[in-house]
Design a protein around this ligand. Structure first.
Ligand code: MN
Length: 657
């Protein structure tokens, strides 16, 4: 009688033969009844939509609970039905999922933009508790995108835009390659219809032309793999339109310049054979250097695993090759969804939770700061977290951490622990000191230098990449503001705190110079300007040689590449020391002048390490002295005395050799 219900149940049975399908039947009838007076803009009964969503979820081989919730996903929001009704009728778990995907009630005075963001935030928070919420939301979005042509033009743009900005990257983050590909291609279709049509035509043409080439490659590979006893299937793999379009845009290429419209995919029966197949391919055809990626040994953070390589194929043009096992291929296509298969009744999956921990943690952090997070800020953070590609870095113990590209040691420190982030002072990458705003690269081994006296600075907000670091730094600044200005703190802008951190205490260091809060930095006096107590000084964080201390007006430090590596340093007034400085004088070339100058210096009981004079050939001479003093106050009178010597034109400290 209910043909659609039968079809849906058949599909589920095909991969869950033992499942109890009663909840599906109940939900089907319940939702159909609830939506019975509603129609979609296409003119179809509204129920066709939740049914389609349930079918998408079934096509991902998801569990009965998810599919049941999919059937009901619009009941709370669009009909008289309440969460309690769903709970009583179907069960608590399903009701929770339905509530998670439902939009929050429209609050008057809220702009549509704000409402949209609030809704999305709610969905993501519900997802942190149960990943199935986002799977239903993505299936919902996919069906809405598939039927977008029925909507007015401006709505099409808005929805396609949001899909491209949020839902496609989310699908990517969840490892759902197939879902992401279809969502993106639909976005392209509605955002750039002419481009889409043009690409479609050209790609079909090109694939026809290249069919012979791909077939030949396939035949050669099939034969070689069989000879080697490697069980594998070889497929031609057409690419998604959007990925080709992005390539054209990113690389500024025309369609004809994109050679890899079709790739080769090899699915093997086990892991060992992936590497075996790779060996065969590299023996057959020349690999292009830099294109080999081993995502089996180091999977992407969205769980993707495969070997990638590009070789110059039999027709002397490059071919992209992906090699993976059947299981890896399923994960690549359906990501998180693949993990939920055959896990009837269990929302929690430890292994999966671990793999998704980066994303889940992010969601949970937002939840923790729920009150303090501004929706616009939330959206910005979400985009950053979804869009950025990731890098893999290592702790000193060899643990892998995943961070977005462009992340800094501060992001890394916060990734390890909030307290480490709060106390981080500097960092060593592969044993060398780097500034806190240094951009990390994949493979870096990072050691964070901490101090109990260090604390977050508003300046860090200018370079941190993760929302975790941003959120925590803002929180710290806010708390500090509350401490200092309890009366009007709430209205006070955060910027007021984003000043330089206060210098708490000076520390002893070998060179009589301190950096606020630092105990374990190597400090070197720069040889170019030989700073001396009394001079205004500045530190510059070098790569691998600690902090070099320059005079503030040293041209070298002014010209040094990265102004962000400069740090404040101080002389310790209580510490006595001696310092070699170099002074030069330009003089008339007269007999006995060098002797007169040396006498002036000696009269001040100053040690002279080196003295020399050279004539310049035009009746003038240049004199150099290296002398030892303990303070600028001792040096100044010496220079003044030297300038009074007969024949001396000018005297100055040498800044740079
Ligand atoms: Mn819906």
């Amino acid at each position: 009688m209910e043909e659609n219900l039968n079809k849906l149940q058949e599909t589920i049975k095909s991969y869950l033969p033992e499942a109890d399908l009663d909840p599906v039947r109940k939900a089907y009838l319940f939702a159909k009844e609830a939506h019975k007076d509603q129609k979609r803009l296409s003119g179809q009964p509204y129920f066709s939509h939740p049914l389609a969503v349930a079918n998408i979820l079934a096509s991902l081989n998801l569990d009965v609970t998810t599919i049941t919730a999919g059937l009901l996903h619009d009941t709370i929001e669009d009909t008289e039905v309440t969460v309690l009704d769903v709970e009583e009728e179907i069960g608590r778990l399903v009701a929770g999922l339905v509530e998670g995907v439902s939009n929050v009630t429209h609050v008057a005075r809220q702009t549509r933009e704000r409402r949209r963001i609030e809704n999305l935030r709610k969905v993501l928070l519900a997802t942190a508790k149960d990943t199935r919420v986002i799977l239903i939301k993505l299936a919902d979005r996919l069906h809405n995108m598939r039927t977008l042509e029925h909507l007015p033009l401006n709505n099409r743009y808005r929805i396609a835009h949001e899909t491209l900005e949020v839902y496609a990257p989310l699908a990517h983050r969840l490892g759902m390659g197939k879902m992401k590909g279809e969502l993106e291609d639909l976005c392209l279709k509605y955002l750039h219809p002419e481009v889409y049509c043009d690409l479609k035509k050209k790609i079909n043409e090109a694939i026809r032309q290249r069919e012979v080439h791909i077939d030949l490659t396939k035949r050669i590979l099939d034969e070689k793999l069989e000879k080697a006893g490697i069980k594998a299937e070889v497929f031609g793999r057409p690419k998604h339109f959007m990925s080709i379009y992005k390539k054209m845009i990113d690389q500024g290429k025309s369609f004809d310049e994109i050679y890899d419209l079709v790739g080769i995919r090899i699915i093997t029966d086990d892991l060992k054979n992936c590497y075996g197949a790779l060996g065969i391919i590299h023996a057959l055809w020349t690999p292009i250097p830099g294109r080999f990626k081993d995502y089996i040994a180091v999977p992407k953070s969205n769980m993707y695993q495969a070997l990638h390589t590009t070789v110059i194929g039999p027709a002397s043009s490059p071919i992209e090759v992906q090699i993976k096992t059947g299981a890896m291929d399923q994960i690549a296509e359906d990501g998180v969804a693949a993990h939920f298969r055959y896990k009837e009744g269990s929302g929690a999956d430890k292994e999966l939770d671990e793999k998704l921990s980066y994303l889940k943690k992010t969601f949970l952090e937002w939840q923790q700061n729920l009150d303090s997070v501004d929706p616009a800020e939330f959206m910005e953070n979400l985009k950053i977290d979804l869009f950025t590609k990731e890098i893999f870095v290592f702790t000193p113990k060899g643990e892998i951490k995943v961070l977005p590209a462009g992340a800094t040691p501060v992001d890394f420190a916060y990734q390890i622990h909030t307290e480490i982030g709060d106390c981080c002072l500097g960092a060593k990458i592969n044993g060398r000191i780097v500034p806190l705003r240094h951009k990390l690269s994949s493979g870096d081994m990072i050691e964070i230098l901490t101090s109990s006296k260090a604390h977050p600075s508003g300046d860090w907000l200018n370079f941190v990449k993760t929302s975790k670091a941003k959120g925590r730094i803002r929180q710290y600044l806010r708390e500090k503001l509350l401490e200092t200005e309890p009366s009007q703190a709430k209205e006070a802008p955060i910027q007021r705190e984003e000043k330089k951190p206060q210098i708490k205490k000076r520390e002893i260091s070998s060179s009589g110079i301190s950096v606020s809060g630092v105990t374990n930095l190597v400090l070197n006096l720069a040889r170019c300007c030989n700073p001396l107590p009394g001079d205004e000084i500045i530190g510059y964080i070098t790569i691998g040689r600690g902090v070099s201390v320059h005079r503030l007006n040293c041209p070298n430090v002014l010209n040094l590449s990265d102004p962000q590596r400069r740090i404040e340093v101080f002389w310790q007034p209580e510490k006595e020391g001696t310092y070699e400085v170099e002074i030069s004088a330009l003089t008339h070339n007269r007999v006995g002048l060098l002797k007169d100058m040396l006498e002036v210096i000696s009269a001040t009981r100053t040690i002279i390490n080196e003295a020399d004079a050279k004539t310049t050939g035009d009746g003038l001479a240049k004199c150099h002295f290296r002398i030892v003093v303990n303070h600028l106050d001792r040096l100044k009178p010496i220079i003044a005395q030297l300038e009074k010597v007969e024949g001396v034109l000018e005297v100055h400290r040498t800044r740079s050799k």
